[in-house]
Design a protein around this ligand. Structure first.
Ligand SMILES: Nc1ncnc2c1ncn2[C@@H]1O[C@H](COP(=O)(O)OP(=O)(O)OP(=O)(O)O)[C@@H](O)[C@H]1O
Ligand SMILES: [Mg+2]
Length: 266
């Protein structure tokens, strides 16, 4: 869906944040974007839906460039962003208004809004919280309200920029389950993460290094071939166990049982 062609970006002239970035993400993919602090991940996310515009090159969504203001509404509906801090993204006074706010921005017909709200709340499991104010919600519930607000726009892709990093382990697990469920429902997922274990959930990894794409491929190849320490990243626990045991490939869902069985044998 988003196609980056030779994209360059800076906040201050002369201090390039992204250089020559080219890649495209297809329908329904599950992609991880990883890289050290300040490598340009959040900037890339904001370029995807036109929150930022490239200084050189182009970003296009289904052939429509983000630099053309006439396309922005379509692009914002197609690609939704979820940010890190649950408190930063709540702008209205309750969950329903939060969803309505987004829908009115993209001018969804009034008669359709009620149905969209119900479906979005159901998708994230917040039906009982429709009238709740931000201070009545946990961090995880606020993040799910943010997901509902973008889901109501019927996006093709959701981009999560470290959206689980401020949540407790339970809420983080709930968000991961929600992401998998949305992916199974056909929505593309792009997750920016520092947690290498989360990369194992995805089908593709993009590694950013000082504003350029240093790797683009499958997680197996990423964990086998890329010297993660060089990029300030750490191998996930499951992959380290795998290597210790001399296994090939990357861990599937059954890695814990396999490891336990092997330890019992030896
Ligand atoms: N609004 C801004 N104004 C000026 N410089 C910025 C701004 N936002 C980010 N930068 C700089 O751009 C570079 C890339 O930042 P970005 O936030 O995209 O990186 P990141 O990979 O998301 O980092 P992190 O892992 O810390 O979230 C950094 O050097 C950062 O300091
Ligand atoms: Mg960031």
């Amino acid at each position: 869906m988003p196609v980056f062609e030779n994209v360059g970006f800076y906040y201050r002239r002369g201090q390039e944040v992204l250089r020559g970035v080219s890649f495209s993400i297809g329908e329904g993919e599950y992609v991880s974007i990883v890289g050290g602090n300040g490598s340009g991940k959040s900037t890339l996310a904001k370029l995807m839906n036109g929150l930022l515009l490239p200084k050189s090159g182009t970003v296009a969504v289904q052939g429509r460039t983000t630099s053309d203001p006439r396309h922005l509404r379509f692009i914002r509906e197609s690609i939704g962003l979820i940010f890190q801090n649950p408190d930063d993204q709540f702008i209205t006074t309750n969950v329903t208004d939060e969803i309505v706010f987004g829908l009115e921005n993209v001018r969804v017909p009034a008669g359709e809004i009620g149905k969209r709200i119900r479906l979005a709340l159901a998708a994230v499991g917040l039906e009982a919280y429709a009238e709740s104010a931000p201070h009545e919600l946990s961090g995880g519930q606020k993040q799910r309200a943010a997901v509902a607000a973008v889901l109501a726009m019927r996006p093709r892709i959701l981009v999560f920029d470290e959206a689980t990093s401020m949540l407790d382990p339970g809420a983080r697990a709930d968000m991961k389950t929600l992401m998998r469920k949305l992916h199974e429902g056909g929505i593309g997922i792009v997750q920016i993460t520092h947690h290498m274990d989360e990369v194992l959930d995805s089908e593709r990894v993009l590694l950013l290094d000082r504003g350029t794409v240093a790797f683009d491929g499958r997680p197996e190849a990423f964990f086998r071939g890329v010297p993660l320490e060089r990029y300030g990243l750490e191998k996930p626990f499951a992959v380290r166990v795998h290597e210790e045991l001399g296994w090939t490939g990357i861990p599937g869902a059954d890695w814990k049982e396999r490891a336990a069985a092997q330890w019992k044998r030896s």
